[in-house]
Design a protein around this ligand. Structure first.
Ligand code: PRP
Ligand code: URA
Length: 236
């Protein structure tokens, strides 16, 4: 399992602002974008290059060009906010959206959008999703990408829970995970604590329900979280 937790001071600074409940959607979106830029830069550090020749105004010289075709896979909705920064870093990347939402009772991902063509058109896929909570959404996305034929897959998230990392790593040990922070745990509703609340709602200003706020979870939801936590401690 390869989990890369950024140690960059700018990441730590921006993450603190992002977590703050007083941060309004406009600034929240800006921070998601800035953090995505910094994490993307780190996540792409080992991409292969091939040698090319470039002609400066003075002479020819050997130079580098990115080798693999890269796909950005934003998981709707919350992953959308990470796309622009990644495209600034890599303007030639393809963007393939995957629509998943998490059933708030079972905490299982439900797929609702997938327009991938029959065969993979990229070699490296970067899954973009700010939150890696139970790991259900990311594991399902990796399943989809592997069935598509993606050769190499990385997960880029802002915050992960230990339970989600364990789930994703058990299902797909070769997937590298890049995050700004690994938080303490999931609460009984499956939200990351301390976390930042609901990343989709905070970006888009859609505070329709109390799902990410303190309060009682259903027995079914709490049992899903307890099972994940038992698995985590059994494998530690
Ligand atoms: C959030 C988040 C992830 C998922 C993480 O999305 O953006 O996709 O939950 O949870 P998991 O690791 O337990 O699967 P959500 O389902 O709230 O949809 P949204 O992005 O449309 O708000
Ligand atoms: N989705 C979020 O947006 N936040 C969490 O803490 C968990 C899932």
């Amino acid at each position: 399992m390869a989990v890369h937790v950024s140690s960059h001071p700018l990441v730590a600074h921006k993450l603190a602002l992002l977590r703050d409940k007083a941060t309004a959607p406009k600034q929240f979106r800006e921070l998601v974008r800035e953090l995505s830029w910094l994490l993307g830069y780190e996540a792409m550090a080992d991409l292969e290059t091939r040698q090319i020749t470039v002609e400066t105004p003075l002479e020819e010289m050997p130079a580098a060009e990115l080798e693999p075709r890269v796909g950005l896979i934003p998981v709707l909705r919350a992953g959308l906010g990470m796309v622009d920064a990644m495209l600034e870093l890599m303007p030639t990347a393809q963007v393939w959206h995957i629509g998943l939402y998490r059933d708030e009772r079972t905490l299982k991902p439900v797929e609702y959008y997938n327009k991938l063509p029959d065969a993979a058109t990229v070699q490296v896929c970067l899954i973009l999703d700010p939150m890696l909570a139970t790991g259900g959404s990311s594991s399902a996305t990796v399943d989809i990408l592997k069935a598509w034929g993606a050769a190499r897959i990385k997960q880029v998230s802002l915050i992960a829970a230990p339970e989600g990392i364990a789930t994703l790593s058990a299902a797909h040990p070769e997937v590298e995970i890049h995050v700004a922070a690994v938080d303490r745990e999931l609460n009984e509703r499956g939200y990351i604590v301390p976390g930042l609340g609901d990343a989709g709602d905070r970006q888009f200003g859609t505070f329709a329900g109390p799902s990410s706020e303190p309060g009682h979870a259903s027995d079914e939801t709490a049992e899903v979280v307890r099972r994940l936590q038992r698995n985590l401690s059994a494998n530690r």
